[in-house]
Unconditional design. Structure first.
Length: 99
């Protein structure tokens, strides 16, 4: 694919199973067509002037928001398969009939 580094690519990082770091992504410098941004993490460069403490606090908040979202989805799935298991969602979510 076009996101796979080709030979001679300067921004390629090793895969995390081959000694790379999990969560580190290469920039889009070596893609043959123009890109509106160069990074998946901070495409609009909003955090370039933030302190490390502020970045760490934002990372912790983002992780906690992701965990809360996963719990919310799990609550909806539980209510669908076991009606009445989540009292707040009783009557809001239709039961899953297996089809």
């Amino acid at each position: 694919s076009e996101l796979t580094p080709v030979s001679g690519a300067t921004s390629a990082l090793p895969h995390y199973m081959s000694g790379g770091v999990p969560g580190k992504f290469p920039t889009f410098d070596d893609i043959p067509h123009p890109m509106p941004f160069n990074s998946l993490y901070d495409p609009f460069k909003l955090s370039k002037n933030k302190s490390e403490d502020s970045k760490a606090k934002g990372l912790k908040a983002e992780i906690n928001n992701g965990r809360l979202a996963m719990l919310g989805i799990f609550g909806f799935l539980c209510e669908q398969t076991i009606p009445g298991s989540v009292p707040l969602l009783t009557g809001v979510v239709k039961p899953y009939s297996g089809e």
